[in-house]
Each structure stands twice: as structure tokens, then as C-alpha cells.
Design a protein around this ligand. Structure first.
Ligand code: PCO
Length: 197
């Protein structure tokens, strides 16, 4: 009998670090537990995230959703509401990268796209991890720490950014955590919060 996979919802926003989305998805699909694949993966992208990666690099078995998917899915009363369905489907969500704009929206409860509607309707009993990625100057602005503290106060888990030379040439904190560190953080969280049968 095939083992039950952990349903992982990966979401990406419009930071340049969204270029790593295909690597993160492939790394998640490669994880095994007792020789069985560990994760079933679905992806949510914002319109700006799409700017940074090639969608053909996302394996075809992975369902990927954008804002259009939300509107296409609903035509009539009784039709599924995608951001609710995805929230019910997922065992765990990871937002990688979480840009400054979406961080600010989440902290305020704004829900104006598929990703922020999904997080706004998130069942707080399930783990949600987020990987901030932004320029150092944005990272160091005091509002960033306040907004991250808001997300943590609801039980969300930060996978902190790292220091490196960023895409714009500046060196400092703000780069998204490396893909292996993100995978490890998800697995650690699952052992705590999710039973994989
Ligand atoms: C740059 N902003 C950034 C923020 C996020 N950057 C990163 C890394 C990548 C390369 O290793 C792009 C993944 O630098 O996460 O670069 C200027 S506003």
C-alpha cells in the first residue's frame, strides 16, 4: 500500500528569489521516507512571482495556480472557492520567497489575490512557514520586524533570510534561505505537527 504523502503547498511572491521556485519544488519531490515520496506538491504564484521563473521548469505533475485559476474555478453558486479548497487540501504551507509587499499585506490581513486569500483563510492548527526575501534596506526598516512578529504571533514559522551579495549588487541580509535549509525546516516542522502515515 502506498504511504500517505504530506500535502505541501508551496507559494511564491515577487521577489527575485522566486527564480529558485523550480529548485525548491524539485527538491521537495525528491524527499523520501522509507523509499516512498514524502510530499505531494501544489504551487501558488502571484502575478509578480511569474516574472522570475520559467513555468516549464515546474514538473508537470505539480498543479500550479495563479490569480486567474481562482476566477476560472468559480462561475456559479456551489462552485469551489479555490483559496478555501487549497487551504483544506494542504497539510503544510511554505511561502518561499515572501516579499516585503506580501509580508505587509499578510500582517494587515489584506487578501487581494489567491495567495493572500489562502493565508487569510489558513487553519492556524496547520503549520505555515515563510521565507522572507528582500533588499537589505527593506529588511532593516523597523516595520519588517513588526510584521514578522505579527505572523509569528499567529504561530507561523519564519525561516530567516541570509546574508549574501544580492541580485542588485548590495551585500547584506535579505536573501532567501537556501533550498536545503527550507526543506529541512519543513521536515522538522512535520515531525512536530504532521503525522505521515
Ligand atoms: C535584490 N533583492 C534580492 C532579495 C532576494 N535575493 C535572494 C538571492 C538570490 C540569489 O542567490 C536571488 C536567490 O540573492 O534571495 O536579491 C535587490 S533589491
Amino acid at each position: 500500500m502506498e504511504k500517505k504523502k504530506c500535502k505541501l503547498l508551496v507559494a511564491a511572491t515577487g521577489s527575485v528569489a522566486a527564480l529558485k521556485l523550480p529548485f525548491l519544488v524539485k527538491a521537495a519531490l525528491e524527499q523520501v521516507s522509507d523509499h516512498y515520496p514524502m510530499f505531494e506538491v501544489r504551487v501558488i504564484v502571484t502575478e509578480h512571482a511569474k516574472h522570475f521563473f520559467d513555468p516549464t521548469q515546474i514538473p508537470s505533475k505539480v498543479l500550479m495556480y495563479d490569480d486567474k485559476s481562482e476566477w476560472d474555478a468559480w462561475r456559479n453558486r456551489g462552485d469551489p472557492v479555490l483559496h478555501i479548497e487549497l487551504g483544506k487540501w494542504a497539510d503544510v504551507m511554505v511561502i518561499a520567497p515572501l516579499d516585503a509587499n506580501t509580508l505587509a499585506k499578510m500582517a494587515q490581513g489584506i487578501c487581494d489575490n489567491l495567495l493572500t486569500c489562502t493565508t487569510r483563510a489558513w487553519d492556524l492548527k496547520k503549520p505555515l512557514l515563510f521565507c522572507p526575501a528582500m533588499n537589505t534596506r527593506m529588511w532593516e526598516h523597523p516595520i519588517t520586524a513588526q510584521q514578522i512578529a505579527a505572523l509569528k504571533s499567529w504561530g507561523h514559522t519564519e525561516i530567516p533570510p541570509i546574508s549574501k551579495t544580492l541580485m542588485c549588487g548590495d551585500t547584506g541580509v535579505g536573501a532567501m534561505a537556501e533550498v536545503p535549509a527550507i526543506i529541512e525546516a519543513i521536515k522538522n516542522k512535520m515531525e512536530l505537527d504532521v503525522i505521515v502515515l
